[in-house]
Design a protein around this ligand. Structure first.
Ligand code: ADP
Ligand code: MG
Length: 616
């Protein structure tokens, strides 16, 4: 006897429902998409008990006539595509004709709908896939869809539902995704009868983001000016350097209005943020991508969350360029009233012991205390205030560079593009040999000296790399390195990259290496200790990656970090030079690891702290 059977329709729908509607948030996704496809201007979402007890969506879209109201519950019934060709260029959210029958098969389902110019509408009731009633409906034009007791007839799936708060959090997140992409549509969300979100329609995308993410975050976003690269149009808002999250929740990207995830897009974002993003952190983005619907396939994921691009590289590159341009154009100093208030956490660097700290406070009297006295309140505008001049138009060399004979002549070093003018900061003093306190027109600015140094060195290296290699200084006495076999492998895999970075290193036996030269930017009396630091960092980097061969950028950031580890207290002119160098950088506001280099506490913020101004 044959074993294969065609499944009855109701069962087939339940099977399909397993893929399409995995939780209440998925209902919200499908139903809101339908409302948007129907041209709704107002969409209400009501949830009870996380959406498990009930989800109701009310819209003022086109509505359906009786025939369609019955048909839409059949599997593969859709008004959105007709031919195979349509499937190649989908412009609506829906196209499979699967959602409504799937939802109706796993819930107590009610659909009430009326077309704008029909006198009477239709109400259909379905119970776990079985049609229970069809009657006239006298409600407002548009569509109401209600799904109660989700999975009441599929206990195996009900078990996978999480707690009400968790399910509701997903519902809310789902609605937020749609709300951001459709500011012209008003949205309302209630939970157990209480209003959770109320978003009036607006023409201004930023206004909508403000309504969802709050004034504070919205005010710190950078606008991505609409630009078309490789035929891909990109626009939206993104977080600036140093603004990030430890999860992807705020990394929202849309393709032709559909919220999607895609590895090409994620790579593009990461590449675009480059060193403006701390490792393990995710950017904050509200990014809109528009492209020819023939150039990708949305029909690859049951929840239509992922797409397949025909040319993923073009997408990656377009995004990366749009992001890096936006970041480079941004000229905003991180302010002290960021939610995490990093400005006020003046921690000593971890390597400073209490004893060492005491020393720092008492020792560099000639350096730090003189300018500190200048800032004393009774003498507000005293004498030689060290102002930092704007950088000369071409900055080729800085005083910090040792006069060692470079391999490459430094003339070859590419000149940085037109950069931000160095602001007129007055240096007040240095806290804990690390934080440089400065006065600006807006208030207090703190510079993390190490982070700034890392950024400066990193960009010097990168510019040098782009023009052939990093200048190096030959050591009088070559250094011999004895390594473990694993470190030896690591070094051998990266010899070429290290060479380009100015570290002239050669294999000299199975686990032995000879170092003849180190980068010219390095200012140290103990290059061997520096090399140890570099190797240690490379080792921990490689432990996290699957291959021993590391990217040139990774090695460069490593070399920079090690180069500033043992920085001494700097004199005021040295600090001025550093600040000036920092502002010739492409990305002055964060170090290559994404930490801020400068933080500002505005006068207004200080006034609030001292009770001179009402908290705003
Ligand atoms: P799809 O969206 O893939 O077409 P659905 O099962 O989600 O499949 O919906 C089936 C059809 O029902 C849609 O093609 C549309 O014609 C109609 N429909 C669903 N929801 C609405 C709505 N809120 N307003 C008007 N028509 C709707
Ligand atoms: Mg649909």
């Amino acid at each position: 006897m044959s074993k294969i059977r065609i499944l009855p329709d109701a069962l087939a729908s339940q099977v399909a429902a397993g893929e399409v509607v995995e939780r209440p948030a998925a209902l919200v996704r499908e139903l809101v998409e339908n409302s948007l496809d129907a041209g709704a201007r107002h969409v209400e979402v009501h949830a009870q008990r996380g959406g498990c007890a009930m989800i109701r969506i009310v819209d003022d879209g086109s509505g359906m006539d009786r025939e369609d109201a019955m048909l839409c519950l059949e599997r593969h019934a859709t008004s959105k595509i007709r031919t195979k060709e349509d499937l190649g260029a989908i412009t609506t959210f829906g196209f499979r004709g699967e959602a409504l029958p799937s939802i109706a098969s796993v819930s107590r389902f009610r659909l009430a709908t009326r077309e704008r110019d029909s006198l009477v509408g239709t109400e259909v009731e379905v119970n776990g896939g079985k049609l229970v009633a069809v009657r006239d409906h006298g409600g407002a034009p548009g569509t109401v869809i209600e799904a109660r007791s989700l999975f009441f007839n599929v206990p195996a799936r009900r078990k996978f539902l999480r707690t009400e708060p968790t399910e509701f959090a997903h519902v809310e997140q789902q609605l937020r995704l749609h709300a951001i992409a459709n500011p012209h549509v008003a949205f309302t969300l209630t939970h157990n009868g209480e209003l959770v979100l109320h978003l009036p329609a607006t023409r201004d995308m930023l206004e909508r983001i403000r309504g969802l993410a709050g004034e504070e975050l919205a005010s710190r976003l950078l606008k991505v000016e609409e630009q078309t690269i490789h035929g891909i149009t990109i626009s939206g808002y993104i977080g600036g350097p140093g603004m990030s999250r430890s999860n992807r929740q705020m990394q929202t990207t849309y393709l032709n209005g559909r919220p999607i995830e895609s590895s090409s897009i994620s790579y593009g974002l990461r590449e675009g943020y480059h060193t403006a993003l701390m490792k393990g952190q995710y950017p904050i983005t509200f990014l809109f991508i528009q492209m020819d619907p023939h150039a990708f396939d949305v029909n690859v994921h049951p929840a239509k969350k992922e797409v397949r691009f025909h040319d993923g590289n073009a997408v990656r590159e377009a995004i990366s360029r749009a992001i890096s341009r936006t970041l480079e154009n941004a000229n905003k100093l991180p302010t002290g009233h960021a939610p995490a208030k990093p400005a006020l956490v003046l921690r000593p660097s971890p390597e400073t012991t209490p004893a060492a700290r005491q020393e720092q406070f008492s020792m560099p009297v000639e350096r730090a205390s003189a300018p500190l006295r200048q800032a004393a309140p009774q003498q507000p505008s005293i004498q030689p205030v060290p102002h930092v001049p704007a950088p000369a138009p071409q900055v080729e060399k800085t005083s910090a560079e040792p006069p060692a004979p470079p391999i490459q002549s430094s003339e070859k070093t590419a000149r940085p593009a037109e950069k931000t003018e160095a602001p007129d900061f007055r240096i007040i003093g240095v806290l804990q040999k690390l934080y440089v306190l400065m006065e600006s027109a807006e208030g207090l600015v703190l510079m993390d000296q190490h982070a700034a140094h890392e950024r400066v060195n990193f960009e010097k290296i990168r510019r040098a790399l782009e023009s052939g290699g990093v200048p190096c200084q030959r050591l009088l006495m070559p250094i011999t390195l004895q390594t473990t076999p694993r470190d030896a492998d690591l070094l051998r895999q990266n010899l070429a990259a290290l060479g380009r970075l100015g570290i002239e290193i050669d294999s000299f036996g199975p686990n032995t290496f000879k170092v003849e030269a180190v980068p010219a930017f390095l200012k140290t009396d103990d290059p061997a200790a520096w090399l140890d630091d570099v190797i240690e960092e490379l080792r921990s980097l490689s432990a996290k990656s699957s291959s021993l061969r590391l990217s040139e950028d990774a090695i460069a950031t490593t070399a920079c970090r090690a180069s500033v580890k043992s920085n001494d207290a700097l004199s005021i002119p040295e600090l001025q030079a550093l600040l000036k160098d920092l502002f010739t950088c492409e990305m002055p506001y964060c170090c290559p690891h994404g930490r801020p280099t400068l933080v500002q506490i505005s006068t207004a913020e200080l006034e609030r702290k001292f009770g001179r101004r009402a908290p705003g």
